[in-house]
Design a protein around this ligand. Sequence first.
Ligand code: SAH
Length: 464
Amino acid sequence: MILTISTNHHRASDLGYLLHKHPDRLQSVTLSVGKAHIFYPESGVDRTTVALLLDIDPIDLVKNARKLSGKGFALGQYVNDRPYVASSFMSVALSKAFSTAMNGRCDTMPDLVDEALPFEVRIYTLPAPKGGQSLIKALFEPLGYRVQLDRYLLDEQFPDWGPSKYYTLSLANSIPLKDLLSHLYVLMPALDNDKHYFVSQNEVDKLLQRGKGWLEGHPQKEQIISRYLINLRSLTNQALARLNDPVEIDEQENLNQEEVDRKLSLHQQRLQRAFDELKKSGAKRVIDLGCGEGKLMRLLIRDKQFEKIVGMDVSYTELLKCKERLHWDDMAPRLRERLDLFQGSLMYRDERLSGYDAAAVVEVIEHLDENRLQAFERVLFEMARPKTIVLTTPNSEYNAKYEQLHAGSMRHDDHRFEWNRKQFWEWANAVAERNSYIVEITGVGESDEQFGSPSQIAVFKYGN
Ligand code: SAH
Protein backbone atom coordinates (compact mmCIF):
# COMPACT_ATOMS: atom_id res chain seq x y z
CA MET A 1 0.00 0.00 0.00
CA ILE A 2 1.68 3.16 -1.14
CA LEU A 3 0.93 6.84 -1.53
CA THR A 4 3.17 9.27 -3.40
CA ILE A 5 3.13 13.05 -3.53
CA SER A 6 5.08 14.76 -6.33
CA THR A 7 5.68 18.35 -7.27
CA ASN A 8 7.40 20.11 -10.12
CA HIS A 9 7.33 23.43 -8.35
CA HIS A 10 10.23 25.53 -9.58
CA ARG A 11 12.27 24.41 -6.58
CA ALA A 12 10.77 21.01 -6.22
CA SER A 13 13.32 19.86 -3.69
CA ASP A 14 11.80 22.30 -1.17
CA LEU A 15 9.23 19.60 -0.57
CA GLY A 16 11.69 18.02 1.83
CA TYR A 17 11.68 21.16 3.98
CA LEU A 18 7.94 21.51 3.84
CA LEU A 19 7.47 17.94 4.99
CA HIS A 20 10.24 18.08 7.57
CA LYS A 21 11.66 14.94 6.04
CA HIS A 22 15.13 14.88 4.52
CA PRO A 23 15.17 13.49 0.97
CA ASP A 24 18.33 11.47 1.52
CA ARG A 25 17.13 9.55 4.53
CA LEU A 26 14.76 6.65 4.82
CA GLN A 27 12.58 7.28 7.85
CA SER A 28 9.89 5.26 9.55
CA VAL A 29 7.10 5.87 11.98
CA THR A 30 5.50 3.21 14.12
CA LEU A 31 1.77 2.61 13.90
CA SER A 32 -0.37 0.48 16.17
CA VAL A 33 -0.49 -2.13 13.43
CA GLY A 34 2.92 -1.99 11.79
CA LYS A 35 5.08 0.73 10.29
CA ALA A 36 5.04 3.44 7.67
CA HIS A 37 8.22 4.23 5.75
CA ILE A 38 8.92 7.59 4.20
CA PHE A 39 11.37 7.91 1.32
CA TYR A 40 11.94 9.88 -1.86
CA PRO A 41 11.95 7.85 -5.09
CA GLU A 42 13.11 11.04 -6.86
CA SER A 43 14.45 14.30 -5.54
CA GLY A 44 15.64 17.07 -7.79
CA VAL A 45 15.01 20.74 -8.40
CA ASP A 46 12.67 19.93 -11.30
CA ARG A 47 10.65 17.22 -9.69
CA THR A 48 10.53 15.63 -6.28
CA THR A 49 8.42 12.74 -5.10
CA VAL A 50 7.90 11.54 -1.58
CA ALA A 51 6.46 8.11 -0.91
CA LEU A 52 4.67 6.79 2.12
CA LEU A 53 4.72 3.03 2.25
CA LEU A 54 2.56 1.15 4.71
CA ASP A 55 3.93 -2.02 6.10
CA ILE A 56 1.07 -3.50 8.07
CA ASP A 57 1.60 -6.47 10.26
CA PRO A 58 -1.43 -8.77 10.02
CA ILE A 59 -0.71 -10.15 13.48
CA ASP A 60 -0.74 -6.68 15.02
CA LEU A 61 -3.93 -6.08 13.16
CA VAL A 62 -5.67 -8.97 14.83
CA LYS A 63 -4.27 -8.14 18.26
CA ASN A 64 -5.38 -4.60 17.82
CA ALA A 65 -8.87 -5.63 16.79
CA ARG A 66 -9.10 -7.63 20.01
CA LYS A 67 -7.87 -4.80 22.10
CA LEU A 68 -10.38 -2.45 20.55
CA SER A 69 -13.33 -4.68 20.55
CA GLY A 70 -13.26 -6.48 23.82
CA LYS A 71 -15.54 -9.38 24.56
CA GLY A 72 -17.76 -10.61 21.85
CA PHE A 73 -15.85 -9.23 18.91
CA ALA A 74 -12.77 -11.32 19.41
CA LEU A 75 -12.83 -13.40 16.28
CA GLY A 76 -10.82 -10.64 14.64
CA GLN A 77 -10.25 -10.16 10.99
CA TYR A 78 -7.80 -12.86 10.12
CA VAL A 79 -8.52 -12.89 6.44
CA ASN A 80 -9.05 -9.55 4.82
CA ASP A 81 -7.55 -7.02 2.48
CA ARG A 82 -6.41 -4.63 5.21
CA PRO A 83 -2.66 -5.22 4.86
CA TYR A 84 -2.76 -4.46 1.15
CA VAL A 85 -5.07 -1.59 0.52
CA ALA A 86 -4.97 2.11 1.13
CA SER A 87 -7.47 2.85 3.78
CA SER A 88 -7.94 4.49 7.10
CA PHE A 89 -4.47 3.23 8.06
CA MET A 90 -2.97 5.43 5.38
CA SER A 91 -4.72 8.36 6.92
CA VAL A 92 -3.24 7.62 10.34
CA ALA A 93 0.19 7.12 8.78
CA LEU A 94 -0.10 10.40 6.95
CA SER A 95 -0.87 12.32 10.10
CA LYS A 96 1.96 10.64 11.98
CA ALA A 97 4.55 11.05 9.26
CA PHE A 98 3.67 14.61 8.29
CA SER A 99 1.97 16.10 11.34
CA THR A 100 4.00 19.32 11.37
CA ALA A 101 3.28 19.93 7.69
CA MET A 102 -0.39 19.14 8.18
CA ASN A 103 -0.53 21.68 10.95
CA GLY A 104 0.93 24.27 8.59
CA ARG A 105 4.30 24.77 10.23
CA CYS A 106 7.57 25.17 8.41
CA ASP A 107 10.21 27.14 10.26
CA THR A 108 12.75 27.00 7.44
CA MET A 109 10.44 28.25 4.71
CA PRO A 110 7.35 29.76 6.34
CA ASP A 111 6.35 31.52 3.11
CA LEU A 112 5.80 28.24 1.36
CA VAL A 113 3.20 27.05 3.87
CA ASP A 114 0.32 28.99 2.37
CA GLU A 115 1.54 28.97 -1.18
CA ALA A 116 -0.37 26.94 -3.73
CA LEU A 117 2.07 24.49 -5.27
CA PRO A 118 1.45 22.06 -8.12
CA PHE A 119 1.00 18.59 -6.63
CA GLU A 120 0.31 15.19 -8.04
CA VAL A 121 -0.80 12.43 -5.70
CA ARG A 122 -1.05 8.76 -6.41
CA ILE A 123 -2.67 6.22 -4.15
CA TYR A 124 -2.18 2.65 -5.16
CA THR A 125 -4.74 -0.02 -4.36
CA LEU A 126 -7.50 2.16 -3.07
CA PRO A 127 -10.65 0.15 -2.37
CA ALA A 128 -13.78 1.97 -3.40
CA PRO A 129 -17.22 1.32 -1.97
CA LYS A 130 -20.44 1.06 -3.90
CA GLY A 131 -20.68 3.58 -6.68
CA GLY A 132 -16.89 3.90 -6.34
CA GLN A 133 -15.83 5.94 -9.32
CA SER A 134 -18.47 8.62 -9.05
CA LEU A 135 -18.12 8.83 -5.28
CA ILE A 136 -14.36 9.40 -5.48
CA LYS A 137 -14.89 12.12 -8.04
CA ALA A 138 -17.66 13.73 -6.04
CA LEU A 139 -15.34 13.92 -3.04
CA PHE A 140 -12.21 15.30 -4.72
CA GLU A 141 -13.37 17.33 -7.71
CA PRO A 142 -15.17 20.07 -5.75
CA LEU A 143 -11.83 20.77 -4.04
CA GLY A 144 -10.23 21.48 -7.41
CA TYR A 145 -8.58 18.12 -8.04
CA ARG A 146 -8.27 16.57 -11.44
CA VAL A 147 -9.09 12.94 -10.81
CA GLN A 148 -7.97 9.92 -12.74
CA LEU A 149 -8.93 6.39 -11.78
CA ASP A 150 -7.43 3.18 -13.08
CA ARG A 151 -9.35 0.17 -11.97
CA TYR A 152 -7.63 -3.14 -11.39
CA LEU A 153 -8.92 -6.36 -12.83
CA LEU A 154 -9.97 -9.00 -10.34
CA ASP A 155 -7.34 -11.28 -11.82
CA GLU A 156 -5.15 -10.37 -14.79
CA GLN A 157 -5.03 -13.97 -15.86
CA PHE A 158 -8.79 -14.10 -16.10
CA PRO A 159 -9.96 -10.82 -17.64
CA ASP A 160 -13.45 -12.28 -18.03
CA TRP A 161 -13.91 -12.10 -14.28
CA GLY A 162 -14.14 -8.37 -14.71
CA PRO A 163 -12.95 -5.46 -12.62
CA SER A 164 -12.20 -5.49 -8.90
CA LYS A 165 -13.14 -2.84 -6.36
CA TYR A 166 -9.56 -1.55 -6.26
CA TYR A 167 -8.20 1.49 -8.05
CA THR A 168 -5.10 3.54 -8.50
CA LEU A 169 -6.20 7.07 -7.83
CA SER A 170 -4.26 9.96 -9.37
CA LEU A 171 -4.98 13.49 -8.24
CA ALA A 172 -3.58 16.77 -9.47
CA ASN A 173 -4.12 20.16 -7.93
CA SER A 174 -2.39 23.40 -7.19
CA ILE A 175 -2.84 24.04 -3.48
CA PRO A 176 -0.92 24.54 -0.25
CA LEU A 177 0.58 21.32 1.05
CA LYS A 178 -1.23 21.53 4.39
CA ASP A 179 -4.57 21.60 2.60
CA LEU A 180 -3.63 18.67 0.42
CA LEU A 181 -2.69 16.62 3.48
CA SER A 182 -5.87 17.53 5.33
CA HIS A 183 -8.03 16.57 2.35
CA LEU A 184 -6.34 13.20 2.12
CA TYR A 185 -6.58 12.70 5.86
CA VAL A 186 -10.36 13.09 5.83
CA LEU A 187 -11.30 11.69 2.44
CA MET A 188 -9.36 8.43 2.46
CA PRO A 189 -11.20 7.05 5.49
CA ALA A 190 -14.44 8.40 4.06
CA LEU A 191 -13.91 5.97 1.20
CA ASP A 192 -13.09 3.09 3.47
CA ASN A 193 -16.04 0.90 4.30
CA ASP A 194 -14.24 -1.21 6.77
CA LYS A 195 -12.44 0.99 9.19
CA HIS A 196 -10.05 -0.40 11.70
CA TYR A 197 -10.58 2.10 14.42
CA PHE A 198 -13.18 2.45 17.04
CA VAL A 199 -15.17 5.48 16.07
CA SER A 200 -15.82 7.72 19.01
CA GLN A 201 -16.09 11.31 20.05
CA ASN A 202 -12.41 11.65 19.29
CA GLU A 203 -13.01 11.11 15.61
CA VAL A 204 -15.52 13.94 15.51
CA ASP A 205 -12.88 16.28 16.88
CA LYS A 206 -10.23 15.12 14.45
CA LEU A 207 -12.61 15.34 11.54
CA LEU A 208 -13.64 18.89 12.38
CA GLN A 209 -10.08 19.97 13.01
CA ARG A 210 -8.85 18.63 9.68
CA GLY A 211 -11.96 19.72 7.85
CA LYS A 212 -11.65 23.31 8.96
CA GLY A 213 -11.84 25.81 6.14
CA TRP A 214 -13.04 23.44 3.44
CA LEU A 215 -15.46 20.84 4.74
CA GLU A 216 -18.28 23.26 5.57
CA GLY A 217 -18.37 24.44 1.95
CA HIS A 218 -18.05 21.00 0.38
CA PRO A 219 -21.19 19.97 -1.51
CA GLN A 220 -20.80 16.41 -0.21
CA LYS A 221 -20.15 17.36 3.40
CA GLU A 222 -23.00 15.27 4.80
CA GLN A 223 -21.84 12.23 2.93
CA ILE A 224 -18.19 12.75 3.90
CA ILE A 225 -19.00 13.19 7.58
CA SER A 226 -21.39 10.31 7.68
CA ARG A 227 -19.01 7.97 5.92
CA TYR A 228 -16.05 9.07 8.00
CA LEU A 229 -18.06 8.31 11.12
CA ILE A 230 -19.20 4.96 9.68
CA ASN A 231 -22.78 6.20 9.47
CA LEU A 232 -23.07 6.47 13.23
CA ARG A 233 -26.00 8.75 13.39
CA SER A 234 -25.54 10.47 16.70
CA LEU A 235 -21.91 11.35 15.96
CA THR A 236 -22.74 12.42 12.43
CA ASN A 237 -25.47 14.73 13.59
CA GLN A 238 -23.24 16.13 16.24
CA ALA A 239 -20.44 16.78 13.72
CA LEU A 240 -22.86 18.44 11.35
CA ALA A 241 -24.29 20.59 14.09
CA ARG A 242 -20.82 21.65 15.07
CA LEU A 243 -20.13 22.54 11.47
CA ASN A 244 -22.95 25.05 11.99
CA ASP A 245 -25.30 23.32 9.72
CA PRO A 246 -27.65 20.97 11.50
CA VAL A 247 -28.76 18.86 8.59
CA GLU A 248 -30.67 15.65 9.16
CA ILE A 249 -29.04 12.68 7.58
CA ASP A 250 -30.81 9.62 6.39
CA GLU A 251 -29.72 6.41 8.01
CA GLN A 252 -28.24 5.10 4.82
CA GLU A 253 -26.78 7.41 2.25
CA ASN A 254 -25.58 4.70 -0.03
CA LEU A 255 -27.14 3.71 -3.26
CA ASN A 256 -27.93 0.28 -2.04
CA GLN A 257 -30.68 -2.15 -1.69
CA GLU A 258 -32.24 -0.18 1.10
CA GLU A 259 -32.67 2.71 -1.24
CA VAL A 260 -34.30 0.60 -3.87
CA ASP A 261 -36.45 -0.94 -1.20
CA ARG A 262 -37.38 2.18 0.65
CA LYS A 263 -39.96 3.21 -1.88
CA LEU A 264 -41.98 0.15 -1.08
CA SER A 265 -40.61 -0.10 2.42
CA LEU A 266 -40.12 -3.68 1.44
CA HIS A 267 -37.48 -4.23 4.05
CA GLN A 268 -39.92 -3.23 6.79
CA GLN A 269 -42.44 -5.72 5.48
CA ARG A 270 -39.81 -8.39 5.35
CA LEU A 271 -38.69 -7.75 8.91
CA GLN A 272 -42.27 -7.72 10.09
CA ARG A 273 -42.93 -11.06 8.39
CA ALA A 274 -39.80 -12.55 9.96
CA PHE A 275 -40.96 -11.21 13.32
CA ASP A 276 -44.45 -12.67 12.86
CA GLU A 277 -43.08 -16.08 11.95
CA LEU A 278 -40.75 -16.10 14.96
CA LYS A 279 -43.60 -15.06 17.21
CA LYS A 280 -45.89 -17.72 15.81
CA SER A 281 -43.26 -20.40 16.34
CA GLY A 282 -43.39 -19.78 20.08
CA ALA A 283 -39.61 -19.33 20.18
CA LYS A 284 -38.13 -17.83 23.31
CA ARG A 285 -34.45 -17.89 22.43
CA VAL A 286 -33.74 -16.41 19.03
CA ILE A 287 -30.57 -15.81 17.08
CA ASP A 288 -30.41 -13.34 14.21
CA LEU A 289 -27.71 -14.52 11.82
CA GLY A 290 -26.21 -11.74 9.70
CA CYS A 291 -27.99 -9.27 11.97
CA GLY A 292 -26.46 -6.23 10.26
CA GLU A 293 -27.50 -3.09 12.09
CA GLY A 294 -29.94 -5.06 14.20
CA LYS A 295 -33.20 -3.99 12.64
CA LEU A 296 -34.88 -7.28 13.39
CA MET A 297 -33.43 -7.31 16.89
CA ARG A 298 -35.04 -3.95 17.54
CA LEU A 299 -38.43 -5.40 16.64
CA LEU A 300 -37.88 -8.47 18.76
CA ILE A 301 -36.87 -6.68 21.94
CA ARG A 302 -40.29 -5.07 22.15
CA ASP A 303 -41.92 -8.44 22.69
CA LYS A 304 -41.47 -10.19 26.02
CA GLN A 305 -41.97 -13.62 24.46
CA PHE A 306 -38.37 -13.35 23.29
CA GLU A 307 -36.33 -13.95 26.39
CA LYS A 308 -32.97 -14.12 24.68
CA ILE A 309 -32.15 -12.25 21.47
CA VAL A 310 -28.72 -12.68 20.02
CA GLY A 311 -27.22 -11.06 16.95
CA MET A 312 -24.32 -12.41 14.96
CA ASP A 313 -22.60 -10.87 11.98
CA VAL A 314 -19.32 -11.30 10.15
CA SER A 315 -18.77 -7.57 9.86
CA TYR A 316 -17.26 -5.69 12.73
CA THR A 317 -18.51 -2.40 11.32
CA GLU A 318 -22.08 -3.68 11.17
CA LEU A 319 -21.80 -4.83 14.77
CA LEU A 320 -20.58 -1.42 15.85
CA LYS A 321 -23.54 0.17 14.12
CA CYS A 322 -25.84 -2.36 15.69
CA LYS A 323 -24.54 -1.48 19.15
CA GLU A 324 -25.07 2.18 18.47
CA ARG A 325 -28.57 1.71 17.11
CA LEU A 326 -29.54 -0.38 20.11
CA HIS A 327 -28.07 2.24 22.46
CA TRP A 328 -26.06 -0.59 23.91
CA ASP A 329 -23.95 1.48 26.24
CA ASP A 330 -26.80 3.09 28.09
CA MET A 331 -29.28 0.30 27.94
CA ALA A 332 -31.30 -0.68 31.01
CA PRO A 333 -29.66 -3.71 32.66
CA ARG A 334 -32.80 -5.83 32.35
CA LEU A 335 -32.92 -5.34 28.63
CA ARG A 336 -29.19 -5.77 28.32
CA GLU A 337 -29.47 -9.19 29.94
CA ARG A 338 -31.79 -10.36 27.20
CA LEU A 339 -29.33 -9.43 24.47
CA ASP A 340 -26.02 -10.54 23.12
CA LEU A 341 -23.95 -9.76 20.05
CA PHE A 342 -20.98 -11.51 18.61
CA GLN A 343 -18.85 -11.66 15.52
CA GLY A 344 -18.82 -14.88 13.56
CA SER A 345 -19.23 -16.36 10.13
CA LEU A 346 -21.93 -18.61 8.82
CA MET A 347 -19.31 -20.44 6.84
CA TYR A 348 -17.77 -22.15 9.85
CA ARG A 349 -19.07 -24.54 12.44
CA ASP A 350 -19.59 -22.60 15.61
CA GLU A 351 -20.92 -23.88 18.90
CA ARG A 352 -22.18 -20.46 19.79
CA LEU A 353 -24.95 -20.99 17.24
CA SER A 354 -26.46 -23.88 19.17
CA GLY A 355 -29.14 -23.77 21.82
CA TYR A 356 -31.71 -21.47 20.19
CA ASP A 357 -35.34 -22.19 19.47
CA ALA A 358 -35.25 -20.20 16.27
CA ALA A 359 -32.83 -18.56 13.88
CA ALA A 360 -33.48 -15.70 11.47
CA VAL A 361 -31.41 -15.31 8.30
CA VAL A 362 -32.86 -12.20 6.71
CA GLU A 363 -31.35 -11.12 3.38
CA VAL A 364 -28.07 -12.87 4.08
CA ILE A 365 -27.64 -15.96 1.91
CA GLU A 366 -27.32 -13.89 -1.26
CA HIS A 367 -24.20 -12.35 0.29
CA LEU A 368 -22.55 -15.77 0.50
CA ASP A 369 -20.79 -17.37 -2.43
CA GLU A 370 -23.20 -19.76 -4.03
CA ASN A 371 -20.69 -22.58 -3.93
CA ARG A 372 -20.31 -22.12 -0.16
CA LEU A 373 -23.99 -22.60 0.56
CA GLN A 374 -23.31 -26.19 1.40
CA ALA A 375 -21.07 -25.08 4.24
CA PHE A 376 -23.80 -22.72 5.42
CA GLU A 377 -26.33 -25.54 5.26
CA ARG A 378 -24.17 -27.78 7.44
CA VAL A 379 -23.43 -25.04 9.94
CA LEU A 380 -27.04 -24.04 10.43
CA PHE A 381 -29.28 -26.96 9.48
CA GLU A 382 -27.09 -29.85 10.48
CA MET A 383 -25.08 -28.59 13.46
CA ALA A 384 -26.91 -25.67 15.09
CA ARG A 385 -30.29 -27.14 14.13
CA PRO A 386 -32.80 -24.78 15.74
CA LYS A 387 -36.45 -25.83 15.65
CA THR A 388 -37.45 -22.95 13.41
CA ILE A 389 -35.44 -21.17 10.72
CA VAL A 390 -36.83 -18.09 9.02
CA LEU A 391 -34.89 -17.19 5.90
CA THR A 392 -35.48 -14.53 3.28
CA THR A 393 -33.86 -13.68 -0.04
CA PRO A 394 -34.78 -11.50 -3.04
CA ASN A 395 -36.82 -12.84 -5.91
CA SER A 396 -34.74 -11.98 -8.98
CA GLU A 397 -37.72 -12.10 -11.32
CA TYR A 398 -39.09 -9.01 -9.65
CA ASN A 399 -35.97 -6.99 -10.53
CA ALA A 400 -37.54 -6.30 -13.91
CA LYS A 401 -39.92 -3.99 -12.03
CA TYR A 402 -37.18 -1.79 -10.57
CA GLU A 403 -36.54 1.07 -12.91
CA GLN A 404 -33.13 1.79 -11.45
CA LEU A 405 -31.83 -1.68 -12.16
CA HIS A 406 -30.33 -2.53 -15.51
CA ALA A 407 -31.52 -5.77 -17.00
CA GLY A 408 -29.73 -8.72 -15.47
CA SER A 409 -28.09 -6.77 -12.67
CA MET A 410 -28.63 -7.36 -8.98
CA ARG A 411 -30.15 -5.19 -6.29
CA HIS A 412 -27.01 -4.75 -4.30
CA ASP A 413 -23.45 -4.96 -5.52
CA ASP A 414 -22.45 -7.22 -2.69
CA HIS A 415 -25.01 -9.81 -3.73
CA ARG A 416 -23.26 -12.89 -5.04
CA PHE A 417 -26.43 -14.26 -6.60
CA GLU A 418 -30.14 -13.65 -6.72
CA TRP A 419 -32.54 -16.49 -7.32
CA ASN A 420 -35.86 -16.70 -9.08
CA ARG A 421 -38.75 -18.43 -7.34
CA LYS A 422 -38.00 -21.83 -8.80
CA GLN A 423 -34.35 -21.75 -7.79
CA PHE A 424 -35.19 -20.79 -4.23
CA TRP A 425 -37.94 -23.37 -4.03
CA GLU A 426 -35.63 -26.13 -5.22
CA TRP A 427 -32.79 -25.16 -2.91
CA ALA A 428 -35.03 -24.78 0.15
CA ASN A 429 -36.78 -28.08 -0.43
CA ALA A 430 -33.55 -29.96 -0.97
CA VAL A 431 -32.08 -28.47 2.21
CA ALA A 432 -35.20 -29.39 4.16
CA GLU A 433 -35.18 -32.90 2.79
CA ARG A 434 -31.51 -33.49 3.59
CA ASN A 435 -31.84 -32.21 7.16
CA SER A 436 -35.26 -33.45 8.25
CA TYR A 437 -36.99 -30.09 8.15
CA ILE A 438 -40.21 -29.23 6.42
CA VAL A 439 -40.41 -25.94 4.65
CA GLU A 440 -43.05 -23.47 3.57
CA ILE A 441 -42.23 -20.74 1.09
CA THR A 442 -44.21 -17.59 0.43
CA GLY A 443 -43.67 -14.17 -1.08
CA VAL A 444 -43.13 -10.90 0.76
CA GLY A 445 -44.34 -7.60 -0.64
CA GLU A 446 -46.91 -6.76 -3.23
CA SER A 447 -47.26 -9.60 -5.68
CA ASP A 448 -47.01 -9.08 -9.40
CA GLU A 449 -48.95 -11.42 -11.64
CA GLN A 450 -45.98 -12.14 -13.85
CA PHE A 451 -42.98 -11.74 -11.56
CA GLY A 452 -44.32 -12.68 -8.14
CA SER A 453 -43.34 -10.81 -4.97
CA PRO A 454 -40.12 -8.84 -4.59
CA SER A 455 -38.89 -11.00 -1.74
CA GLN A 456 -39.28 -14.61 -0.73
CA ILE A 457 -39.42 -16.13 2.72
CA ALA A 458 -38.93 -19.74 3.76
CA VAL A 459 -39.96 -21.03 7.17
CA PHE A 460 -38.26 -24.29 8.07
CA LYS A 461 -39.49 -26.47 10.94
CA TYR A 462 -37.41 -29.29 12.31
CA GLY A 463 -38.58 -32.79 12.91
CA ASN A 464 -42.18 -32.66 11.81
N1 SAH B 1 -30.30 -9.20 8.40
C1 SAH B 1 -30.03 -7.77 8.29
C2 SAH B 1 -28.83 -7.45 7.39
C3 SAH B 1 -28.88 -7.96 5.98
S1 SAH B 1 -27.47 -7.46 5.02
C4 SAH B 1 -31.26 -7.05 7.84
O1 SAH B 1 -32.13 -7.69 7.29
O2 SAH B 1 -31.35 -5.84 8.01
C5 SAH B 1 -26.49 -8.94 5.07
C6 SAH B 1 -25.67 -9.12 6.32
O3 SAH B 1 -25.05 -10.38 6.27
C7 SAH B 1 -24.55 -8.09 6.46
O4 SAH B 1 -24.65 -7.48 7.70
C8 SAH B 1 -23.30 -8.94 6.33
O5 SAH B 1 -22.22 -8.45 7.09
C9 SAH B 1 -23.76 -10.28 6.81
N2 SAH B 1 -22.95 -11.40 6.34
C10 SAH B 1 -22.41 -11.58 5.13
N3 SAH B 1 -21.70 -12.72 5.08
C11 SAH B 1 -21.81 -13.29 6.31
C12 SAH B 1 -21.29 -14.49 6.90
N4 SAH B 1 -20.52 -15.32 6.22
N5 SAH B 1 -21.59 -14.75 8.18
C13 SAH B 1 -22.37 -13.90 8.89
N6 SAH B 1 -22.87 -12.76 8.39
C14 SAH B 1 -22.60 -12.45 7.11
